[in-house]
Ligand binder design. Structure first.
Ligand code: FAD
Length: 381
């Protein structure tokens, strides 16, 4: 067993860290306060090769592995989790196009993601369908000659109000007795008549990232926009979730790592009872526990990613990485805020933002509870 990253992987970490430290801090507070983002940062990241890293060379991508994607995500999130999401999740769903799309779809949709000329997203969740995606999805795509007519609505869609195209989970075969065979993935260009997006404001964290509700009112797309086969939508969704759950776990590790770094700085500086906080054992134990949890989480991330890069989708390990790291980030940011005392409660201290940013890693891409259900199902079958 070799725990050493390769020279190339270490170089990726250094480059990602240098970019994030150079570009994010000056804009972090503004994006968080205003729930805004500057596409120039996304474009710059893309030009440096950080976007769509999993996209193959024939579609103008760098063809890196899942582990490399995780390394970049951790570095970006360690500086600003919201900006990390805004930049790196601009490729969300390109995984499905690359795996299940036609050659024509790959050539059309993948290169602009890598270059940063386009943003995409994936629309699964609906106002009444979140964890129960297969059972409750109501958005329909009905065939009419050479087109699908799409009707329905989606909720909480990352990049919904920003994307050039969204890959959408829709019901195409409602009468199939198997609820996992009723859906398909259809690409929708966001300039099509009948498509409406409404940017959601007031999020707790990752506020640089656009989240929107979507309405489809008789949106027509050619049947050639079907990605994969009719009825395979659920399997395609699971393929994406299994990849991106590892990425969210890496986001959680980066967030927790930032919380530890802020805590170490603070407890060495802050004095109470004539001693730096770092001299108190209860503080030392918190620092040690955070370090342990972060290392354990990162090892789960690397293990899950390493397996995927070998072609093994180990659902238990992926779900363990996602659920452990999400909870770990929430716990670590909470401990960090506690060590900052009243200062941690103020917006001007970075731990407050990290505390808010961490929570999403327990919710999207499958909640902590859903991940535990997956693990238990696999372990008990
Ligand atoms: C900022 C943000 C960005 C997002 N981005 C996207 C995106 O790009 N695309 C997209 O499609 N979705 C996106 N989502 C949606 C996200 O994936 C869902 O919110 C998530 O899957 C949970 O679904 P829900 O909100 O409907 O909660 P629900 O499914 O209603 O769950 C509510 C609670 O009940 C629990 N629960 C549900 N079922 C069970 C069960 N069987 N057993 C035990 N507990 C259960 C859940 O774990 C959770 O704690 C985003 C959400 C947010 C907040």
């Amino acid at each position: 067993m070799d725990f050493e990253l390769s020279k190339e992987q270490k170089d990726i970490i250094s480059a990602a860290r240098e970019f994030a430290e150079g570009e994010f801090p000056d804009r972090s507070e503004e994006f968080d306060r205003d729930e805004s983002f500057d596409e120039a940062i996304h474009k710059k990241a893309a030009e440096l090769g950080f976007v769509g890293t999993f996209i193959k060379e024939e579609y103008e991508g760098p063809n890196m592995g899942t582990l490399e994607y995780c390394l970049i995500f951790e570095e970006f999130a360690a500086v600003d989790p919201g900006i990390a999401v805004a930049i790196l999740i601009s490729s969300y769903g390109a995984e499905i196009v690359q795996q299940f799309g036609t050659e024509e779809q790959k050539k059309k949709y993948l290169p602009p993601i890598v270059s940063g000329d386009a943003v995409m997203g994936s629309a699964f969740t609906e106002p009444d369908a979140g964890s129960d995606l297969a059972g409750a999805t109501a958005t329909t795509a009905v065939k009419d000659g050479g087109e699908y007519i799409i009707n329905g609505s989606k909720m909480f869609i990352t990049n919904g109000d920003r994307a050039d195209y969204l890959i959408c989970f829709v019901v195409t075969n409602p009468d199939n007795p198997d609820i996992h065979r009723r859906h398909s993935m259809v690409m929708v260009e966001t300039d099509r008549p009948g498509f409406e997006a409404n940017h959601l404001t007031g999020k707790l964290g990752v506020r640089a990232s656009d989240t929107a509700e979507i309405a489809f009112n008789n949106v027509r797309v050619p049947v050639s926009n079907l990605v994969g086969r009719e009825g395979d939508g659920f399997a395609e969704a699971m393929y994406l979730f299994n990849l991106d759950r590892i990425i969210v776990a890496a986001q959680a590790v980066g967030t927790a790592r930032a919380a530890l770094a802020e805590s170490i700085k603070h407890v060495k500086k802050r004095v109470a009872f004539n001693s730096p906080l770092s001299s108190f054992q209860s503080i030392q134990f918190k620092i040690a526990d955070m370090f342990t949890m972060i290392e354990a989480g990162r090892n789960l991330v690397y293990h899950a990613a390493w397996k995927v890069d070998k072609g093994i989708f180990d659902h238990k390990i992926i779900a363990a990485a996602k659920s452990f790291c999400g909870q770990m980030a929430v716990k670590c940011t909470d401990m960090a805020l506690q060590m900052h005392g009243g200062y941690g409660y103020l917006a001007e201290y970075k731990v407050q933002k990290l505390y808010r940013d961490a929570k999403i890693t327990e919710i999207y891409e499958g909640t902590t509870e859903v991940e535990k259900i997956i693990m238990a199902r696999n372990l008990l079958k």
